[in-house]
Design a protein around this ligand. Sequence first.
Ligand SMILES: [Zn+2]
Length: 176
Amino acid sequence: MQLPDFTEFEPFRELRLAMGARKTGHFELFNAEKHLTGKERSELDQQGRQLPLARLKRFADHTWGLKNTRLVVYLENAGDYHLAQCPVTDAWSASQTVWISTRRTGGLPVGPQQEQQREVCAHCLQLLGYKGFDLQRNRKIAYSKNLVKTFSREEFFRIYTLYPVQGMAEKLAENE
Ligand SMILES: [Zn+2]
């Protein structure tokens, strides 16, 4: 397919001049619908954010996302934190307000200067089969319980890249 050449398209050329960008390469493609802004990213890391569950993306690899970023998802008051669309999160209603964050180490933020220590949800690790996690096989129970205790989000988000989520994983799971 032949795409039109917009480099000489007059309104764009004028816009480039108005922006002080002499070459087309000076444009940074940034789509705020798809990419988190720097402000959003620091907010997610520093203080977390509250959204109804329905606003989150369900990536095809079962992780949760906002735009093209994976997330940690948790409730205000208690419980483990979630990395995937496990049976626990599936039981929540679409209007359920959840906390989301991208913080890789330590406690999870619930607003500015507040954080909570949480454990990772075993159902999430089971669903993802994370590092061979399997509480349903006898010979793997001790190993899997230990994996929960020693779990590192930093390592998890190296395997399931925090940002940007691309390709197959970005495909959304079918919403029931
Ligand atoms: Zn979970």
